[in-house]
Design a protein around this ligand. Sequence first.
Ligand code: IPE
Ligand code: IPE
Ligand code: MG
Length: 239
Amino acid sequence: MAQSRSTAGQGLHVAIIMDGNGRWAQARGLPRVFGHVAGARAVRRCVRTAGALGLRTLTLFAFSSANWMRPAPEVDALCALMTRHLREEQARLRAAGVRLEVIGRRDRLPGELLEAIEEAERQTSTGTQLCLRLAIDYSSRESILGAARRFHVETARGGAPAGFGRLLATGAEDVDLLIRTGGEQRLSDFLLWECAWAELHFTRVAWPDFGARELRRALRSFAARERRFGALPEKGSAA
Ligand code: IPE
Ligand code: IPE
Ligand code: MG
């Protein structure tokens, strides 16, 4: 948690709602799935830049639990694309010292995707440079509900839960900066607990066009903000 930094992203947790793939493709007269293919390339660029900028954690919203409501061909294409991406990227991630973790439900994923996730997590488990978390079949409300149930069970057993956040499947790491691409200004059930004190950055740039320049711009905007966490401005900055 930083108020200002010399190195833009050092030690931060940045989370991104990668939105706008479908509209990006449709604007070019292409089927929506082309937008997802271009989106996967943007993920690769963004992870590379995140590592170079010294981010601690990058959490990317790849597929929400609500996205199962999309037409089956689009869901199938997304699952196939995520499977391919994980298989293709794991060696590169490992070489770059990136530790990959997938958050979200696993019981509804196609077998091939589940295997690719487990293999990529295994292959990258020793990474210490950047923690990359992909949210797949993820719903923040569901994650909070699960934590509430665990909290209840632990309390009933006579234990004294150390903290509610610890019980969230996601590890409850606070987000410093939340970015949403594609022009919408909503959270769509993403990291609701973890974003309690996050700075928000909304951009009209569609995810396939998001690159190093846009990430640096978002981090500059973050660095210029004063985070007060409910307290008063630091001495010297008060009016
Ligand atoms: C984000 O892009 C990717 C996923 C939600 C899987 P969209 O597919 O939502 O693209 P738009 O918002 O319809 O343009
Ligand atoms: C949020 O985008 C989910 C992901 C980026 C994976 P959506 O496109 O699904 O969100 P809504 O439906 O516009 O809120
Ligand atoms: Mg969308």
